[in-house]
Structure formats: C-alpha cells, structure tokens
Design a protein around this ligand. Structure first.
Ligand SMILES: [Zn+2]
Length: 259
C-alpha cells in the first residue's frame, strides 16, 4: 500500500493546530460517490470546511491529510454532551465509488457487483492503515477501532451510519475489519522503510513547521520576549522542546560556563 502526504494546510482544522494523544481509530466513509482523491483534496483543502480527517483511503493507497496526532474534525458532537472522539481518535475517510446517491443514510442505486474490485482495494488499504497505526500507537485492534456509527452508539460521535451502511453490501463489517487488522499484526507484517518515513518523518516535519508558527503561551510571553531581546534564545518555535546541545548554548550565553 502506498502512503502519500497532502496535509490540508488551508483547512481551518489544520490551522487550529490542536493535538491529541491517539487512543483509537475511527473509520468513516465520505457519504458521496466520489472515488477521485484529488477532487476530495481540493474540496477539503480550503477555509470554511467544517470537517477534516487524518487521511483519505482510496483505491490506490492512502493520502495522509493531517498529522496523526492532530485533533481532527470527523466525529461531530455526541448527542448528550459527552466527549467527542475528535479528542481521542485518529480518523480516516474511505472514498466511495461513483454511481450511487443517498436518501438519508441509505445508499440508493449502489451496484455491489460492479464495485466489488474497488471495494476490495479500499478495504485492504483500510486494514493496512489500521495495522500500521495500531503498531505505531500501541492500539488494540479488537477494542480500539470503531466506525462512526459505533462511535454514535458509544456516545462519542454524532448520529451517522458510516461505514456499516456500506460494508454489509460486500459481506464485510467492522468485526471483519478488526479481525483482519489483528490477523495482519499477528502475521508480523513489518512496515517498509518508505511507509515508516511517510508515517513518521513527514509527520514530524509538519509538527515542527506548525510548532514554529505557534505563539508563546500567555504565561510565558514576557519571559520569552526578554530572552529573545537578551540574545539567549532566537525567538523561534516557542513551544518546541529544547535539546541538550541547545541547553549548553544557552548556559554559555548566560555566562555560566566560564571561559
Ligand atoms: Zn463519518
């Protein structure tokens, strides 16, 4: 499976820049008959879109759209004011094939036979992505992966039918998906170096770029300004961690290390 990255930097969700500690994965489908990932990227990579998931899963692979530990906007508001899965779950949207419409949450005119090969491809890519994320974030495939409709029943998501409303047409369900992810993990499939790079190196670069634009916290703003004015710090990336070599440099600038 090929993973590429197209972070939706123009989406308000990306700009909000909130992070989460991933505790699970929420599986969605877009609810629109549009299998072309480029069209979806164009539709979502702009201001004013009130949704953003961490990836699109399509027939050719996976396109990461938010750093995995960003807070996404995918689960909506649970009915009874409980905490939304946006605060806990990595999310992805599986692209649906062309040709059907919707009435409420039901697919109309969906041709399961014609779409069999397409579905097999996106299902396989979804399983692979879940396996990679379970490895990376130490998640349990049997308990930590849910779809939007299960999230609603658990009180952590709005009332949507995805993806159960679609999977059953191909004899699949979230139970088969979880079992397939588990089997894949137990099969000891290691991620390739290329997948590792895309998953972690690129996400790290995005995080650093985003950290760089963050402002110093209110409680630190005064001290931050003074540190920059005194030449002790360079005034960049106020919330980035300090390395040991940077700490040594700071001690030297403070004149604490002698000659
Ligand atoms: Zn959904």
């Amino acid at each position: 499976m090929e993973i590429t990255e197209h972070i939706l930097t123009n989406n308000d969700c990306y700009k909000a820049g909130k992070t989460i500690v991933p505790k699970g994965i929420m599986v969605h489908s877009t609810g629109v008959a549009q299998p072309d990932v480029e069209v979806m990227l164009r539709a979502w990579d702009r201001p004013g879109v009130e949704a953003c998931a961490h990836a699109f899963v399509h027939a050719d692979g996976v396109t990461e759209t938010l750093p995995w530990n960003w807070k996404g906007w995918h689960a909506g508001k649970p009915a009874d004011g409980k905490v939304s899965a946006n605060n806990t779950h990595i999310s992805f949207e599986i692209l649906e094939p062309a040709g059907h419409t919707y009435q409420g949450g039901t697919m109309i005119g969906y041709d399961a036979r014609k779409n069999a090969a397409y579905f097999a491809a996106v299902y396989r890519n979804a399983v692979e992505l879940c396996a990679l994320l379970c490895q990376r974030y130490k998640l349990n495939p049997m308990t930590d992966i849910v779809d939007h409709s299960e999230g609603h029943r658990l009180g952590i998501a709005s009332n949507h039918a995805d993806v159960a409303h679609w999977f059953y047409r191909h004899g699949k369900s979230m139970d088969t998906l979880r079992a397939d992810v588990k089997a894949r993990l137990e099969g000891g499939e290691e991620m390739t170096q290329e997948q590792f790079n895309v998953l972690f190196a690129a996400a790290q670069a995005s995080r650093e770029a985003a950290t760089a634009v963050q402002k110093a916290s209110t409680w630190a703003a005064d001290a931050w300004k003074k540190a920059e004015a005194a030449g002790v710090l360079d005034g960049k990336s106020p919330q980035a961690p300090l390395t040991r070599e940077q700490a040594a440099l700071i001690l030297e600038r403070l004149g604490l290390l002698g000659k």
